[in-house]
Design a protein around this ligand. Structure first.
Ligand code: ATP
Ligand code: MG
Length: 248
C-alpha cells in the first residue's frame, strides 16, 4: 500500500501560527500570512450547498482562515449539486443571498457566484481549475470541508486530479470520528494533501435548520439574524420538502 498523503492535525487559537502546517503544504503555495499581492496568495474555498448557511460553516471558515494564514475565504455555493439529487434544493439565488448576508460584515470573507452561474452539474475540479487560472500558479488553494465531506471527495472517481490543484482542510464535525477516518484514509492509495483542523464543536447542520423551520421551531442563534429574517421573509423550508418559498 502506498500513501504519501499529508495529514496534520492542528489545534491553535486565534492569532496563533502553526509552523507544522506551513511547512507541510508544499512548495507550490505561498508561505505564511502577508504573502499576498499576486504570487503566494493563500485562498480558502468553502464549498457547500448552504441551504441554509449556518454558524457551523462560519466557524469552520474562520478557523481555517486563522490556522492556515489564509488571505481570504471564498464561500462557493454549489450550482446543481450532484450529491443532493435526492432532495429539493432551494434556488441558487436564495442560497447565494443568504450566504452574502451571513458573511457581509467580515472583510476576510467573500462569496463567489462561479458555481451557481455555471450550467449543469457542478464539479469541484472545474472550480479549482478556474480559480487556479484566475489566481495563478503561485497561489495556494485550500479547499475547506467538513471532515464528513472530505473523505467522500477523496472517494470520487476523478479525485486524484484534485490533488495536484489544492490542499484539503478537513474541519472536525460533532458526531464524526476523525481518527477512524484518518486511519482508513492512510490505508488508501492517494496523493491527497489533507490537513485536519479542530474547530469549536457546533452540532449544527442545514438539515436540522430546515427541519426546525418546517416544524415551527426556532433557528435563532444557529445562523445569523439576517439569515433567520431572510428565511422568514421568503417562507423558506416551511413545507419541509420544497420547492421552498417565494423567489428572491
Ligand atoms: P446538509 O445538512 O443539507 O447536508 P450541511 O450542514 O452539511 O447541510 P453543507 O452545505 O452540506 O451543510 O456543507 C458545506 C460544508 O460545510 C461541508 O464541507 C460540510 O461538511 C461543512 N459543514 C457543515 N456543517 C458543519 C459544522 N457544523 N461544522 C463543521 N463543518 C460543517
Ligand atoms: Mg452536508
Amino acid at each position: 500500500m502506498r500513501s504519501d498523503v499529508a495529514v496534520v492535525a492542528v489545534g491553535g487559537l486565534r492569532g496563533g501560527t502553526d509552523t507544522r502546517v506551513r511547512s507541510d503544504v508544499g512548495s507550490s503555495v505561498g508561505r505564511g500570512a502577508g504573502s499576498c499581492a499576486g504570487s503566494g496568495r493563500r485562498l480558502g474555498i468553502m464549498g457547500g450547498t448552504f441551504d441554509p448557511i449556518h454558524f457551523g460553516h462560519l466557524v469552520a471558515a474562520e478557523e481555517a482562515l486563522v490556522q492556515f494564514n489564509l488571505n481570504t475565504v471564498l464561500f462557493m455555493p454549489t450550482g446543481a449539486p450532484p450529491a443532493k439529487a435526492h432532495r429539493q434544493v432551494s434556488s441558487a439565488e436564495h442560497r447565494y443571498l443568504m450566504t452574502v448576508l451571513a458573511t457581509a460584515a467580515n472583510p476576510d470573507f467573500n462569496v463567489s457566484r462561479m458555481e451557481i452561474d455555471r450550467s449543469g452539474t457542478t464539479y469541484t475540479i472545474d472550480t479549482l481549475h478556474a480559480l487556479r487560472d484566475i489566481y495563478g500558479p503561485a497561489a495556494g488553494l485550500f479547499f475547506i470541508t467538513g471532515a464528513d465531506a472530505v473523505w467522500e471527495i477523496v472517494a470520487w472517481k476523478d479525485a486524484e486530479k484534485i490533488a495536484d490543484v489544492a490542499t484539503f482542510i478537513a474541519a472536525t464535525r460533532p458526531g464524526y470520528d476523525l481518527e477512524a477516518a484518518r486511519k482508513a484514509h492512510l490505508e488508501t492509495e492517494t496523493r491527497f494533501k489533507i490537513e485536519c483542523m479542530e474547530v469549536p464543536a457546533l452540532a449544527i447542520s442545514s438539515t436540522e435548520l430546515r427541519e426546525r423551520v418546517a416544524s415551527q421551531r426556532s433557528i435563532r442563534y444557529l445562523t445569523p439574524n439576517s439569515v433567520v429574517a431572510y428565511i422568514d421573509k421568503h417562507g423558506l423550508y416551511r413545507s419541509g420538502h420544497g420547492p421552498y418559498g417565494t423567489q428572491p
